[in-house]
Design a protein around this ligand. Sequence first.
Ligand SMILES: Nc1ncnc2c1ncn2[C@@H]1O[C@H](COP(=O)(O)OP(=O)(O)OP(=O)(O)O)[C@@H](O)[C@H]1O
Ligand SMILES: [Mg+2]
Length: 477
Amino acid sequence: MTWNWYRRMRNFVKNARRAEEKTPDARDFADENDGPPAPVDDSARESASAAEKIYINLGIDFGTSFTKVGFWDSNEETIIVTFEACGKDEEIFSPEEAMIPSIVSVGDDGTLSMAPASAEFSGVQERYLKIRLAEIEKSGLLTDNEKKTRALSSWFLATVVLRAQEWIRQNEEERLRGHEAAWSANVGVPVEYCDSPAIDTFREALFVAWTWAENDEIPGTLESAISLYEETVRSFDPDRCEHYKCQPAAEVVAGARSFLLSGEAKPETYVYFDVGGGTVDGVVFNYQNPGGTQRVDVYSAKVAALGISEVAKRIGREGADLFNDDLAPEVCESLEPVGEEVQQFVSDVILAANKKIGKGKWIQRQEDIRIFLGGGGGNSKWYRESVHSAYEEHCFGACDIPRFQEAAVPEPRKGLDMREMKGRGVFYRFAIAYGLSVPKAEGPKIELASRIEPAPDPEPWTPPFGRYEDSKDSSSD
Ligand SMILES: Nc1ncnc2c1ncn2[C@@H]1O[C@H](COP(=O)(O)OP(=O)(O)OP(=O)(O)O)[C@@H](O)[C@H]1O
Ligand SMILES: [Mg+2]
């Protein structure tokens, strides 16, 4: 408490000085080493009451099927926002009630509402917004469909922000009492898009969503959402976007962070697969802690449309069918080609990392690699086995890749409150929301794959007398 107070005061003084030079913003929250942003407005600078602000950072795991939210505050603890599950008794609890389905219902008259729609609803249910957003081509004119996707995504995220804020105000009255809340957010984006031009589309849509939520100005219909998007986005400044209060962040890297925050990590290289509904994200990361300075290098990061619901769709089944430990032989058979695609994806992720690490170096450093499987699909035995079988199928042993060792996504021992879900073994579904909620300044410094140079190929070995080819030729003579 004393330390927090000291930190806040120190930040207040430091940032009040800095505020004279520039307008502080979310980047202070995201990148600097001194915790949440300082008060930004003049009244705050003039009055010590600014010290009573409470900084709340939302971690929004914007899933293709479900959106999960956690929030972190200046007391350095994350609480999972449990939405409808709040206060429900044990009998009727389901983790999905603590999530928001990532669907927008568009009524026949264009009215927008969150799913699930009522039985009488007639209209369209818009799904897969995150993936549709990532696929928007920035060059050239946007199609009507792309304009709709942007507007619906911003509408959805703005509504999630308002619902989370309302939940926090209602359920965390004590925490907020006597404080003025200063909000910011990190929103999850598949890692491959963080390293690609698609990130610009996300930045823009997040800016619009955050502006609507801040002004409490959420359009009621699809048509008004499309036109308000055009209007709001005019204030978007690509040169300042890193300073906005709502930032995109790599989902699976947030999963990796949640592992590091659990305090169980030792310095080595790990693999994390987030098996969602629509996509699977894979990342290989190396954790170092020289002299107490945590650092993570992301050696490879990829995404594929091989989420659990997507796999089920491909074989004409329901997602739930793939969670059965004993799959019927005909199901196994129809899954075979998709299983091979999963193995290929695993191979792409692992081999891309191996290239950066350098030939033979991985196995020299560690005998096993811990592989975490998070996301809803991470609990499917079929999916886990498909990931593990890639080792044999793609002959990783011959490439000097350490053996795979399955590991559970560890629930942090402190700094996290799962509320109704505590002890129910569902942390793996919320690990990314947790990782996103903790401000970047509180975790390790993370370098993404594109910024890590591949290890140089080792010099070809030359025998002491003459070249190998020469000696081979001479021996065969
Ligand atoms: N025990 C289970 N039985 C049936 N389905 C399940 C079970 N556990 C999880 N699922 C399903 O797994 C899917 C993936 O869940 P998750 O919340 O990780 O996806 P997401 O984050 O929305 O997707 P993505 O990460 O691809 O954007 C969901 O469709 C969920 O319903
Ligand atoms: Mg997900």
